[in-house]
Design a protein around this ligand. Structure first.
Ligand SMILES: [Zn+2]
Length: 277
């Protein structure tokens, strides 16, 4: 017994990576077109939180026009579409019945458009409380973003109270980004999570902020570029992996391939099979 070696086995992101970059943009306004094109050019992945019931509301500034819902499927291909409620109320202030309607009807409408399950959300106006979180659970929502910046890279404790690292408007965006790029210790999983609204680049005439950011973070071998739901679903599969006490094999009961880091070596555990570690 005493001469047995206890192995260091860690959960890893795909391909054994330990850093993930994710982005989250709200309201589905016209400048999303330029933002999605930029993300696609640099291989970045985002979650776009949209309101299914605001397509026809009047606007004054051109950047406040909403993307027609008929464009969603094509425009947001490769990214995640998530709920932002039907009409963007400060939801914690709404009666429970309204909360349910605002979330479930948004989900239903978006699913009809996208023809895939919609399981994410961002809190409109950043508004939520414990009751809202319970409502989301009952509506099948598994992750929802707040507007509370952590200014750090820790993985969230609770995906339904998912605090981002910072908004792109934060003065320390590039300082934080460089810190993230420089993280080489692999004891922890790290996340850089940036959020905002694409119309802000138009309104503030500062597309260079996100262009500089995208250029700097793209094409890094040690970063996994993922949407919010890809992170949730991947970690869900990773948490279900069954590793032997000896640490010499692992069974992956899910259909999702999962990576482990075993004594600093990345090992792929394919879905549905037992892998020797
Ligand atoms: Zn919003």
């Amino acid at each position: 017994m005493s001469d047995r070696k206890v192995r260091n086995i860690y959960t890893a992101f795909p391909e054994g990576k330990h850093k993930v970059l994710t982005l989250s943009y709200d309201d589905g306004k016209i400048p999303d077109r330029r933002l999605v094109a930029l993300f696609n050019e640099y291989g970045l992945k985002g979650t776009f939180n949209v309101n299914s019931g605001l397509e026809d509301i009047p606007f004054e500034e051109a950047y406040n026009e909403r993307i027609p819902t008929s464009e969603y499927k094509e425009l947001y291909k490769g990214h995640e579409i998530a709920c932002h409620t039907v009409t963007h109320p400060t939801i914690a202030r709404c009666p429970r019945e309204q909360q349910i309607q605002q979330v479930l009807e948004d989900r239903r409408a978006l699913e009809e458009i996208m023809h895939r399950p919609i399981r994410g959300m961002a809190y409109p106006n950043g508004s939520f409380d414990d009751t809202v979180v319970e409502t989301l659970k009952a509506c099948g929502i598994v992750h929802s973003r707040t507007v509370n910046s952590t200014l750090s890279f820790a993985m969230p404790q609770d995906f339904l109270r998912w605090n981002p690292t910072c908004s792109h408007r934060h003065p320390d965006l590039m300082k934080l980004t460089r810190e993230f790029l420089d993280l080489h210790k692999t004891q922890y999983l790290y996340m850089l999570y940036v959020w905002g609204h694409s119309y802000e680049f138009e309104r503030d005439d500062n597309w260079n902020v996100i262009e500089t950011f995208a250029k700097e973070v793209s094409n890094k071998d040690d970063i996994w570029y993922a949407t919010n739901i890809e992170i949730v679903d991947y970690l869900d599969a990773a948490n279900r992996i069954q590793v032997s006490v000896n640490g010499d094999f692992a069974y992956n009961p899910s259909a999702t391939d999962v990576w482990l880091e075993v004594d600093k070596k990345a090992i792929l555990c394919k879905g549905g099979v037992t892998t020797e570690l």
